[in-house]
Design a protein around this ligand. Structure first.
Ligand code: BEZ
Length: 239
């Protein structure tokens, strides 16, 4: 831990690194992370506090999308620095009492970690003292089936997450792996994808002349089509 500008800061895991390991108590029993998730994508996300409105809207949304994530081989794991009984009471309140934007009777079946000591939150850089010293920010870690962090998004306390974007990231990461391509700005399944840049003058020339199934805006910027069914056919497994 180091002090920057008089504030305590913790190291943050980075893209490409192995997700830091921990064992934790959750609303679904103990978990051994990320080891027990090997073979699945996982979204590990933090929220500031139980019984708060933004977090409630987020949990209801995540829980309503859980099956959709599961079809993309992606599991959800939540975390806050509240205790287990607070978590249980909050999730029961959500199920029994809250109706929000057409969602009701919402059962949160994915694990919610208790992290009263903030040990896990600190390991993952979820405590950002400029925002709050006693609450986690809204962090989202996208972890691949080998336990490697592939993308990270952080939001402040006041900003509820965009779940379309979170789902888009999971689909885009898997598409990049499946087809060895990259995805351009605002990509969605069915949009053109980006072919890796030419690695030699010969390939650059060939691309501009032959083009084949590609569209080249210039030698370094070529796209190709992969239709939506082909993209999703490799990812989505309906139960
Ligand atoms: C909320 O989820 O509503 C919230 C939590 C902590 C600070 C501000 C808002």
């Amino acid at each position: 831990m180091e002090a920057i500008g008089g504030q305590e800061s913790t190291a943050m895991p980075r893209i490409g690194e192995r997700a830091p390991s921990f064992k934790a108590v959750t609303t679904q029993g103990e978990i051994n992370f990320p080891e027990q998730y090997e073979g699945s994508w996982v979204i590990l996300f933090s929220h500031p506090a139980d019984f708060t409105p933004v977090c409630t809207s987020e949990f209801m949304t995540f829980a309503s999308m859980e099956d959709k994530f599961a079809e993309a081989n992606c599991k959800l794991v939540g975390l806050s620095v509240d205790g287990l009984y607070s978590h249980i009471a909050w999730l029961r309140t959500i199920k029994d009492k809250i109706e929000y934007k057409g969602m009701k009777d919402v059962e949160v079946k994915f694990p919610l970690i208790e992290d009263i000591t903030m040990e896990i939150a600190k390991k993952y850089g979820m405590i950002q003292p400029g925002e709050a010293t006693t609450k986690a920010v809204r962090a989202v870690f996208f972890i691949d089936p080998k336990g490697i962090i592939r993308a990270i998004i952080y939001y402040p306390l006041s900003l509820g997450r965009n779940f379309d974007e979170i789902y888009r990231v999971i689909i885009a990461l898997q598409t990049a792996d499946n087809f060895e391509i990259a995805t351009p700005a605002d990509w969605r399944p069915g949009d053109d994808v980006i072919v890796p840049p030419a690695g030699s003058c010969g390939v650059a020339k060939e691309r501009m002349e032959a083009k084949k199934d590609m569209h080249c805006y210039d030698w370094f910027f070529c796209t190709k089509k992969i239709d939506k069914d082909t993209v999703l056919g490799k990812i989505i497994k309906k139960k």
